[in-house]
Design a protein around this ligand. Structure first.
Ligand code: ZN
Length: 591
C-alpha cells in the first residue's frame, strides 16, 4: 500500500516547517538532512529548520534512529537485521516520523518520502531533477519500506571521472554520487574482488621457501613472483596459511569497525588460469570445486568467530561451475553469468545450476562496459526496457543483490541505470510507466521526438552513421517549433550534444588519425560537465585499442592531465547555444 498525499489546505500543511532529530543522528545523516531541507524548501518556497536538540515533540518531521540492542522490536514489521528497511508514519496532520535502525534505512526513508511527493532525480545534476511545486507535504501513512534487492550498486570502469583540469571541483564525481543516494542505491554489502594477490604479497617470503605450496602447472611449481600465481590448494600447510590470513583480516575489520551489521572477506582467486595440476588437487575436484572448497574452509572458521562473518567470491572464469560440494551458509557467491564464462551454454542454465547450491547469490553484470562500447547506444537485451526484464528475472531467481560494472554516461547508460535504481528497489514497478513519466517530465512536448530518436539508435540492425544522420534530421524537424520550458530545452540540448559525440566517434572509427582523435578528445572534454559520456575510457581507447598511442601520450594523457603539453588546459566548456549550432550544422549534412 502506498501513502496518500493529502491535498486539502490546512494551517499545518508543512509539518511546522521543521525537521527534528537528535545530535548523534544528525551527525550520522547530515548530508541527507541538508539535501532534505533544500528539496523541501525548493518545492514549497518555505524555509525549513533542522532542529537537532529536540526530537520528541510534535509538530515536525522526525528522523528517529533506533538502537537494535536496546529496542529490537519497536515495530514487528521493521526487521532490525534489514539494513535498508524504514518505517514511515504520519497522522497526515502534525507529524511525520522516519524511523530506522541504520543510516541507510534513514536515508532510504527521506528519499522514499520525497519520491512519494513527486520528486525525481532522473540523472545526475540539478538539470535532471524534477522538483514538484507543493502547497502541502503531508501524507497519511503507516508503512515499512524495503527494497527487493539488498545490494543495488553500480560503478563505471575506473570510477567516477575526476579530471582536475577540466573539472577542478570534481562536480561530476559529486553529482553521480548524490544521484545514487537520492535514488536509494546502496546496501550494507561491500563485496570486493580478487584476494589471492594479497596472500601472495603478504606471504611472499614464506611461500618462496615452500614451492610445494604453489600450483603445479605443466609439470613445474609456479614462482611466487609470477603475476596472478595460484596455489596448491590440497596442501595442508597452505590451507592453514590461507585460513590464518583470512581470519586475521576478519579480526582486523571487526576491531576497526565494531558495530557493522556484517563483515565480508573476499576469498576470490586471482584472475586467469594456472590452477594446480597435481594429483592431490585433482582428487579434490575440478578447479571450481577447489575454489569453493577453500571458501568453505574459511567460512567454517568464521562461524566460530561471529555470526556476522561471511566470505565472498565470484562464480566465473575457471570457477564458474557450481561446485560438487555443499556450501557453508556464510559463503556469498557473486555469479557473473553474461560474460567470461564458458562452462554453461546459457546464462539461464548457469543461474539454474547455482540456485540449487546457494541462497546467497548475488549478480555481477556488465552494463555498457565503456572501454568496449565507448558509450554508443545499447542494443537488444541491453536496451533499457529489455534490461528491466533482466532485473525482474533475477528477482524471480532469488538473487539477493546486484553489482553492475557500467559507464557514467547519461547518453548511453543513463536511462538503464535509472530503471535499475527504481526496479532494484521495487521489481513490481512497471518499466513502461516509468519511461513514460521520464520522457514526459524531461522533455515535455518533445517527448515523442526524443523517445523515437532513442528507439531508432537502439536498433542495431541499422547502419550506424546513416541512422544517426536520419535521427538528427528527424529530431530537428520534430522539435524546432515546439514550446519547451528552459529545463526541457536544456535537456534536449544535452541529448543533441550526445548525438554530436556519436558523430565524432563514428568519424574517428572510420578514419583514425590525429585530426579525428583530437576533434573527439576536444569535444568529449568540452561537454565533460554535461556527463553525457564517460570521458576516461573514451580517452584511453585510441592508445589501447586504436593506433594513436603516441599522440594520446603526448597531448591527451588522462592519468597525467596536468603535464605541460596536455591539451586539457585549452578546453572551454561549450554553451547550449554552441551545442545547438553544432547540431544544426550536423543537420545540414546530406542524408
Ligand atoms: Zn596441488
Amino acid at each position: 500500500m502506498g501513502c496518500m498525499h493529502q491535498q486539502q489546505s490546512f494551517a499545518q500543511s508543512f509539518y511546522g516547517n521543521v525537521i527534528k532529530t537528535d545530535a548523534p543522528t544528525f551527525d550520522l545523516v547530515k548530508d541527507a538532512l541538508w539535501d532534505f531541507q533544500f528539496q523541501l524548501g525548493k518545492a514549497t518556497g518555505k524555509d525549513f529548520k533542522i532542529d537537532s536538540k529536540d526530537s520528541t515533540h510534535i509538530p515536525g518531521i522526525q528522523i528517529i534512529k533506533l538502537d537494535a540492542a536496546k529496542n529490537p522490536s519497536y515495530d514487528k514489521r521493521l526487521d532490525p537485521n534489514n539494513d535498508d528497511a524504514v518505517l514511515i508514519q504520519s497522522d497526515g496532520e502534525h507529524s511525520l516520523k522516519i524511523i530506522a535502525y541504520t543510516r541507510q534505512g534513514l536515508i532510504n526513508g527521506i528519499y522514499t518520502y520525497l519520491d512519494t511527493l513527486g520528486f525525481r532525480w532522473y540523472h545526475p545534476g540539478e538539470k535532471w531533477a524534477i522538483i514538484p511545486k507543493l502547497k502541502d507535504i503531508r501524507l497519511k501513512c503507516d508503512n515499512v519500506y524495503k527494497p527487493d534487492f539488498i545490494l543495488r550498486s553500480f560503478f563505471g570502469t575506473w570510477g567516477t571521472p575526476r579530471n582536475k583540469v577540466v573539472d577542478k571541483n570534481f562536480t561530476v564525481d559529486k553529482e553521480w554520487n548524490i544521484w545514487g543516494i537520492r535514488n536509494r542505491l546502496g546496501g550494507a554489502y561491500t563485496l570486493v574482488g580478487h584476494a589471492w594477490g594479497d596472500v601472495l604479497a603478504q606471504w611472499h617470503d614464506y611461500l618462496k621457501g615452500r614451492p610445494e605450496e604453489m600450483a603445479l602447472v605443466n609439470g613445474k611449481r609456479v614462482s611466487v613472483d609470477a603475476p596472478n600465481a595460484k596455489f596448491c590448494l590440497s596442501n595442508d600447510d597452505f590451507q592453514k596459511v590461507f585460513i590464518f590470513h583470512m581470519t586475521r583480516q576478519l579480526k582486523k575489520m571487526m576491531k576497526d569497525n565494531p558495530s557493522q551489521p556484517r563483515y565480508i572477506v573476499s576469498v576470490e582467486p586471482s584472475d586467469g588460469g594456472g590452477d594446480c595440476e597435481c594429483e592431490a588437487c585433482k582428487k579434490l575436484g575440478n578447479p571450481s570445486t577447489r575454489a569453493f572448497f577453500m571458501a568453505n574452509l574459511v567460512a567454517k572458521e568464521f562461524q566460530k568467530i561471529s555470526p556476522k562473518a561471511f566470505v565472498n567470491l565470484y562464480a566465473y572464469n575457471t570457477h564458474a561451475a557450481a561446485p560438487d560440494l555443499e556450501l557453508e551458509r556464510n559463503v556469498i557467491v557473486q555469479v557473473i553469468p553474461y560474460k567470461y564464462q564458458n562452462t554453461y551454454a546459457s546464462s539461464e542454465q548457469m543461474l539454474e545450476a547455482w540456485k540449487k547450491k546457494s541462497d546467497n547469490l548475488f549478480i555481477y553484470d556488465y552494463y555498457g562496459l565503456p572501454i568496449l562500447n565507448l558509450d554508443m547506444p545499447l542494443h537488444n537485451v541491453l536496451a533499457p526496457w529489455r534490461y528491466a526484464e533482466r532485473i525482474k528475472y533475477w528477482h524471480k531467481q532469488n538473487i539477493k543483490g546486484i553489482t553492475l560494472e557500467s559507464s557514467y554516461s547519461i547518453g548511453c547508460t543513463g536511462i538503464g541505470l535509472y530503471l535499475f535504481a527504481r526496479l532494484s528497489w521495487n521489481t513490481n514497478a512497471d518499466e513502461w510507466q516509468i519511461l513514460k513519466e521520464y520522457y514526459h517530465q524531461c522533455y515535455g512536448s518533445a517527448y515523442n521526438a526524443v523517445w523515437d530518436a532513442q528507439l531508432v539508435l537502439a536498433d542495431d540492425s541499422l547502419e550506424k552513421s546513416k541512422t544517426l544522420t536520419n535521427v538528427i534530421h528527424k529530431l530537428q524537424t520534430e522539435t524546432e517549433k515546439l514550446k519547451l520550458d528552459a529545463d526541457q530545452q536544456s535537456r534536449l540540448t544535452d541529448f543533441k550534444a550526445y548525438t554530436h559525440y556519436l558523430k565524432l566517434m563514428y568519424q574517428m572509427q572510420r578514419n583514425e588519425d590525429t585530426t579525428t582523435v583530437d576533434n573527439l578528445m576536444r569535444y568529449v572534454y568540452s561537454i565533460y560537465l554535461r556527463k553525457e559520456v564517460h570521458a576516461p575510457p573514451i580517452n584511453v581507447w585510441p592508445s589501447e585499442f586504436g593506433h594513436s598511442a603516441a599522440f594520446i601520450a603526448k597531448y591527451w594523457s588522462p592519468f597525467n592531465e596536468t603535464a605541460p603539453q596536455m591539451r586539457y588546459a585549452t578546453i572551454v566548456p561549450l554553451t547550449d547555444e554552441e551545442i545547438n549550432k553544432l547540431f544544426e550544422d550536423d543537420c545540414r549534412v546530406k542524408r
